[in-house]
Design a protein around this ligand. Structure first.
Ligand code: AVJ
Length: 326
């Protein structure tokens, strides 16, 4: 198969029905919840890029420090032999950080195909456009959809050794139980010699963490409220976003940084033929951004059956990219 002849191809769409069912199920639960994986429509992608550019949002800067300034060490963590491999990135987004690694690998003449997976087709087209200019020699196969469905697609497309990138503390969007399950599933979907590189945001001064998610400019608030707007547009609903308020918490003991939307009054919202009632001050559980201790990361690795293959921290030691091997 000549993957070079196969530029950005839309392999599969997130079924709109999955979105609708998840939203209705979440809003009929007690407490009400919405999944942060749905934050990323066109507006959400733009808002997240604004978040990454905020001075308070240290995560991107820390991981960029690793990818930009420790590229050879990073490459050493994932290169095994001269065999060609697939570099699969889960939740690639605009691949701002990984581009430095991709560039370096291509310069070193390493034979690999880059396979970004993302739930947002919009950001994948932006990414594909960007990479075709910045690294024209890079073979890319972009996959739009859910992580494991697309991992299976990737495995069906090629049988080469796999290196999975899961950066930016995307793993933090799962609670500890979900992260355990996810890493075990990942391990089950890979074979001996495959590797994963996971970015974890470390516990640090709680003010630093809370500030990153509670910015004064209100971009994080807008990022949360945008999901209500998305539901209005895509699911024919009538949320009044002025009647919901963003509330952020960080619990330094558990490391859970959580966002909620608070209903500012008793209100009813219609989602096509469904009616959802909100009491004043009732919450919608929106997002978890879990922070980790080194011990917790080790526990996660052992539970899910991976071997340790090295790690790199940023110069502030606020963030770590950890390599595990099957
Ligand atoms: C993209 C999941 C890593 O949790 O830090 C940023 C998303 N939410 N600000 C994170 C996010 C609010 C971000 N991740």
């Amino acid at each position: 198969m000549n993957l070079k002849l196969n530029p950005y191809s839309k392999v599969e769409n997130t079924p709109i029905d999955g979105f609708r069912l998840d939203v209705l199920e979440g809003l009929k639960s007690n407490p009400k919840r919405l999944s942060s994986k749905y934050f990323y429509d066109k507006n959400g992608d733009r808002l997240f890029q604004e978040i990454m550019a905020m001075p308070e949002y240290y995560l991107t800067k820390c991981e960029l420090d690793i990818f930009q300034n420790k590229t050879p060490e990073l490459a050493q963590l994932i290169i095994s032999d001269n065999e060609p491999f697939d570099l699969i990135e889960l939740g690639a987004g605009d691949a701002m950080k990984s581009t430095f690694l991709l560039q370096y690998l291509v310069e070193q003449g390493i034979n690999f195909t880059y396979m970004p997976i993302d739930i947002s087709g919009n950001i994948l087209s932006i990414l594909n456009e960007k990479l075709s200019h910045e690294i024209p020699d890079l073979p890319i196969v972009a996959l739009e959809g859910e992580y494991f469905q697309m991992l299976q697609k990737a495995a069906a497309l090629s049988h080469r050794r796999k290196v999975i990138l899961f950066l930016g503390s995307n793993i933090g969007n799962m609670d500890i139980g979900e992260a355990d399950q996810f890493c075990s599933d990942l391990n089950q979907n890979l074979t001996s010699g495959d590797k994963v590189l996971i970015g974890f945001d470390l516990k640090k001064n709680p003010h630093t963490i809370l500030n990153a998610y509670n910015d004064k400019a209100g971009i994080t608030a807008a990022f949360n409220l945008n999901l209500l707007t998305r539901i209005n547009t895509e699911l024919d609903a009538d949320f009044d976003t002025d009647q919901f308020q963003h509330y952020q918490t960080y619990d330094p003991v558990s490391g859970a940084c959580k966002s909620y939307l608070v209903s500012l009054k008793d209100q009813k919202v219609t989602i096509d033929d469904h009616s959802i009632s909100f009491k004043e001050n009732e919450l919608i559980d929106m997002e978890i951004s879990q922070k980790f201790s080194p011990e917790k990361i080790e526990e996660l690795r052992k539970k899910s059956g991976f071997l340790s293959a090295g790690e790199i921290k940023d110069s502030k030691r606020w963030f770590v990219d950890v390599a595990w091997e099957v």
